[in-house]
Design a protein around this ligand. Structure first.
Ligand code: PMP
Length: 361
């Protein structure tokens, strides 16, 4: 029976901690400052909203053409073939597709610790082994240590660059040579969800490694700088044969609604909007840095739309106290410290964060 053959999400006997994405579903919807999901409150753009509204009239039609319109635009901008792109409803289904494809059957997945835990948690649900490699002293992915863990059991190495939750980036030249070497032994998955926040995004992207013929997968999303988190649109870039495999395990683009595709077609590389969203994000980030400095807190300099800093109190208590004041943030525990990850929002949200933070800290 076809249904029985489909991969089900098998939870382990002892329930694991919620992933970053799953934790969101338990958060209240209305907050004074929603700074817990690394969303972009300045989006989506007006052009995207209009395109979506216009597309509603034709939404009785299946959305075949607009998928290829979008992949055509991406291919042109990046200088790659359309055959190297697959679109889905956010990058999450593509992370899951890669986990299924490359880690099932007792293989292991290697990730940084802490890093974005969605793909490895999903793999772990399918009895894959999750090998967590601590970050370097400056909170970056330790590429050398990760490479040293690769063996014939490794199914996939997950590289999140910029890394969530530390907002740090690894050296581009080092990552390129890592991809070149490690992709000969196992699948390298580079999650570039936040790359649009880097000033030199195109130079920092590992798309160059795909152009050079290496067999890696890159995930991108419209959820961050484009402000599409609720619309759900992401894509992966890989060699054509790998894309064919990913399409077998994902919706291959057919899971994205026509209005969302229309919006994405209008928003893709809308440079004035992107520059403005980036400028507003950076202004809010500078404000946050100043607040933290003034209160006597250190922070990890951020290459994304969120900032990680060490707390001086219990993280869960801090989160609960902030939430009581209408401010949603996330807390982490690593290196024997409690940390707060705060997303960069609108200035009024950062002011609400500052007011609550001053009361608690
Ligand atoms: N990758 C990273 C690193 C993320 O932080 C997120 C969202 N928090 C995702 C992927 C998934 O985003 P989406 O499914 O909205 O594309």
């Amino acid at each position: 029976n076809k249904l029985a053959a489909m991969p089900a999400r098998v939870f382990k006997k002892s329930p694991r901690a919620l992933t970053d994405t799953e934790a969101l579903t338990t958060a209240p919807f209305e907050m004074k400052a929603r700074l817990l999901a690394n969303e972009n409150p300045f989006g989506p753009s007006e052009a995207a909203k209009k395109a979506m509204t216009d597309a509603m009239a034709l939404s009785y039609q299946y959305p075949f053409r607009s998928v290829s319109d979008l992949t055509g635009k991406i291919a042109k901008y990046e200088g790659i073939s359309q055959r190297t792109i697959v679109v889905d409803a956010g990058s999450t289904p593509l992370l899951h597709a890669a986990a299924l494809l490359y880690t099932k059957g007792g293989k292991s997945v290697i990730s940084g610790d802490p890093s974005y835990d969605d793909l490895p948690s999903y793999a772990e649900d399918f009895e894959s082994k999750w090998i967590k490699v601590p970050l370097t002293a400056d909170y970056k992915l330790d590429l050398d240590a990760m490479e040293a863990m690769v063996d014939d059991k490794t199914g996939l190495v997950y590289i999140c660059n910029p890394n969530n939750p530390t907002a740090t980036v690894v050296d581009t030249a080092k990552l390129k040579s890592f991809c070149e070497r490690v992709s000969k032994k196992t699948m390298v998955f580079v999650d570039e969800a936040y790359i649009d926040y880097m000033p030199d995004a195109q130079a920092a992207s590992m798309i160059s490694q795909i152009k050079a013929g290496n067999n890696i997968i890159i995930a991108r999303t419209f959820s961050k700088l484009y402000g599409f988190a609720g619309l759900r649109l992401g894509y992966a870039i890989a060699q054509p044969d790998t894309i064919k495999q990913l399409k077998r395990y994902s919706s291959g683009g057919f899971g994205v609604s026509a209005p969302t595709l229309a919006a994405a077609n209008a928003a893709y590389r809308e440079e004035a909007f992107l520059a403005d969203a980036l400028k507003k994000t950076n202004a809010s980030k500078e404000y946050l840095y100043a607040v933290l400095k003034k209160e006597g807190y250190e922070y990890i300099p951020s290459s994304a739309n969120f900032v990680m800093f060490p707390l001086k109190m219990d993280g869960q208590k801090f989160s609960a106290e902030m939430m009581k004041r209408g401010v949603g943030i996330r807390n982490w525990k690593f290196n024997d410290k409690d940390w707060c990850r705060v997303s960069i929002g609108r200035m009024d949200e950062m002011e609400a964060f500052a007011a609550a933070f001053k009361e608690i800290s």
